[in-house]
Design a protein around this ligand. Structure first.
Ligand SMILES: Cc1ncc(COP(=O)(O)O)c(C=O)c1O
Length: 425
């Protein structure tokens, strides 16, 4: 039938939105609306307009109203009407030019660096495209219809189940699906726990928060913007100095691989921080950002395994797969689950449900393990090449923190920092 939306869309190749409001009746409104669509370039020169009958049915106006409007626009030169080829947008109808704004010049294309040595970035060329696509396809094919409705803020149960099994096996995490809340990564977890920028609360935990004296600046800024006071915890070669924890009620740590100095938290200190949390009624936020990538021995397990009621364990796929996927997880002590869910809101507004189902499939089929194992080998060999190149060309530079993760710490001889930065840029 001519009047159906599908036929209409097929004929002109696209949907056509027309507003029939304003003064002067429907005919005048239709003329104005079509004229604007042509003048503004929404209807390109040569585009065939729908037959009177279809457009009239779509808009709920009389056929003659459309015929009159077309005739008027033909007379004005916006449209052309030819026997057998219908009504089309005139070839000479010029689209609206944006003269008010000075067109922005494309920024000069920066020359890419010869060697991209940015810290912590996973190898973008190794994203497991085929396996991810296969998981996505399966997820899409098998998803029940309710998946396409509003999502549960806890995250899909399929993913929470897959993570429960994976995190227990690979990271020593003790949990169950009901204690996991899916988020879009570590930064999102921090926002849920400590509130949003602008202060005003809304978070689940209160400051002051002890943080490792060196850490990711971005996370510190995020906490500062949320009005959370942070107290630096000094570091030494065994990691954060737990004995220096004071009156804080929460501490943020990177125990598997301190960021950025690169060592694991000493076993005695792992036990000590749990004792501290028990004694103070406090909580440890464990940032397990690259826990899978340990090269010289088995990965260091999560502190969470020592006491699931005292640790909020947070992980994401940002290092293991890609920071573009934006999926992460929070493994929570029972007492925080409801508050975190309340902070997240009534519906899932952060993590695509289809991506969650894809990741669930990706993990359960072993693709995640295979990818991590492959990348571990690749990063280990990269690290060896970096260390060999430095030993050959810059023997005075000490390389540390390379037993794990995606970054290395190079200690420069005193007084050489400026000249090194200059030579590198
Ligand atoms: C110390 C640290 N924690 C966590 C993350 C992961 O952040 P997200 O999950 O928000 O991408 C990163 C990634 O760069 C990091 O460097």
């Amino acid at each position: 039938m001519d009047g159906s939306w599908v036929n209409y869309a097929e004929r002109i190749g696209a949907d056509l939105h027309l507003e029939l409001s304003g003064p002067g009746g429907r005919r005048a409104a239709l003329i104005r609306s079509l004229r604007e669509a042509v003048r503004g370039g929404r209807l390109a020169p040569g585009t065939r307009l729908p037959p009177y009958r279809s457009l009239a049915a779509d808009l709920g106006v009389a056929r003659n109203t459309v015929a009159d409007a077309y005739a008027e626009l033909v007379a004005e030169g916006w449209l052309t009407a030819r026997q057998g080829s219908g009504t089309r947008v005139a070839e000479r109808a010029e689209p609206l030019r944006h003269t008010a704004r000075v067109p922005r010049k494309a920024p000069p294309r920066a020359r890419g660096p010869r060697h991209d040595l940015r810290q912590g970035t996973p190898d973008a060329s190794s994203f497991p495209r085929a396996a991810w696509l296969a998981s996505y396809r399966r997820a899409l094919q098998q998803a029940p219809n309710e998946v396409f409705g509003p999502g549960d803020p806890a995250g899909r149960v399929e993913l929470r189940e897959a993570l429960t099994e994976y995190l227990a096996r690979a990271r020593g995490v003790r949990t169950e699906p009901d204690r996991i809340v899916i988020c879009s990564g570590f930064a999102h977890a921090l926002r849920l726990l400590f509130g949003q920028a602008g202060g005003g609360g809304g978070g689940v935990l209160r400051g002051p928060l002890a943080v490792e004296a060196y850490g990711l600046g971005f996370h510190r800024e995020l906490l500062a913007a949320a009005g959370v006071r942070t107290v630096p915890l000094p570091l030494d070669e065994h990691g954060a100095r737990i004995e220096r924890l004071g009156r804080e009620r929460a501490v943020l740590l990177t125990p598997a691989h301190q960021f950025p100095t690169g060592g694991p938290l000493d076993p005695a200190r792992r036990a000590a921080v749990v004792d501290w949390a028990r004694a103070r009624g406090g909580v440890i936020v464990e940032d397990d950002y690259d826990g899978e990538f340990r090269y010289d021995r088995k990965p260091v397990g999560a502190v969470q395994g020592l006491d699931p009621e005292r640790v909020i364990f947070v992980g994401s796929v940002s290092k293991s797969l890609s920071p573009a996927v934006r999926l992460g997880w929070m493994v929570l002590p029972e007492r925080y689950v409801d508050d975190v869910l309340a902070a997240k809101g009534e519906r899932e507004a952060w993590a695509s449900v289809l991506d969650q189902l894809s990741l669930a499939d990706f993990i359960s089929r072993g693709s995640y393990d295979r990818h991590v194992r492959r990348m571990r080998q690749r990063y280990r060999s990269r690290r060896d090449r970096l260390a060999a190149a430095l030993a050959a060309h810059a023997p005075h530079v000490e390389v540390t923190g390379v037993a794990a993760g995606l970054h290395a710490v190079l200690r420069l001889p005193p007084g050489t920092e400026r000249s090194t930065v200059k030579a590198a840029t």
